[in-house]
Design a protein around this ligand. Structure first.
Ligand SMILES: [Zn+2]
Length: 240
């Protein structure tokens, strides 16, 4: 009897997880969208992925009815951080922006605005990751050329800040701190240049959180909202 009860409860939990993993985006609040990503990453880490929304039906439905992604993710271009995979999601689930160093310039900000305003993605995750080459290059002061100096320009201020606040810290610890600082910087840069996102967050329509993906364990370390979010939301200026 007890075993039957445990089995029933496990089945119920499995059904609830599957329901959340494939629920229509319109039914998800920002917090439920976040929970869906958290559960998906837990499945990825434990090797129990359910690969939701990856069949032909989902493909044809989203093709005909249009996309309604439940979250936008700004992540790094690093091939070890495939966003749909690490969150165990499928077709039409995530609005994805990937650029080396997960930096925010106007084209990333514009894409994020489009996801929130036009597609209804009510959660934005800015996802840094361990062993990030772009951040590491800036920490080490590597010589870069071509278009890369312009690409990493936004990574320089957080790295300089971390260095000045942590004199004598070893390179590995400094890099990890810089990766987190760079994640916050991307959110700050977004708020600075996007009145649209500031207004949507203020109205409670969208939630913006930072997170760090560990390329060794596969686990996402959730950081929450920007520590200075209220201050950043009070900014004026940016592209209208
Ligand atoms: Zn990276």
């Amino acid at each position: 009897m007890k075993r039957l009860l445990v089995l029933s409860l496990s089945l119920l939990a499995l059904c609830a997880a599957a329901a959340l993993a494939s629920a229509p985006a319109s039914l998800l609040t920002p917090d439920l969208a976040l929970e869906r990503l958290q559960r998906g990453n837990e499945r990825f880490v434990s090797g129990k992925m359910i690969h939701p929304n990856q069949d032909a039906f989902r493909r044809t439905t989203t093709a005909k009815e249009g996309q309604k992604p439940f979250a936008t993710i700004l992540g790094c271009a690093d091939s070890r951080v495939p966003l749909e995979v690490v969150f165990d999601t499928g077709v039409g689930d995530l609005f994805v922006v990937r650029v080396a160093g997960n930096v925010t310039y106007f084209d990333q900000a514009g894409t994020i605005e489009y996801g929130a305003e036009h597609l209804g993605a009510n959660l934005l995750v800015v996802l840094g990751h361990t062993r990030c080459g772009a951040v590491t290059a800036v920490v080490k002061g590597d010589h870069v050329e071509g278009n890369i100096p312009a690409l990493v320009a936004n990574i320089v201020p957080p790295v300089e800040k971390v260095k000045s606040e942590n004199p004598g810290m070893d390179a590995a610890a400094l890099t990890n701190k810089a990766i987190e600082a760079n994640t916050w910087q991307s959110i700050e840069d977004l708020y600075k240049q996007s009145p649209i996102m500031r207004e949507m967050v203020k109205a409670g329509k969208v939630k913006v959180v930072g997170a760090i993906y560990d390329v060794d364990s596969g686990k996402v370390n959730w950081l929450g909202e920007h520590p200075k979010q209220q201050e950043l939301l009070a900014l004026t200026g940016g592209a209208k």
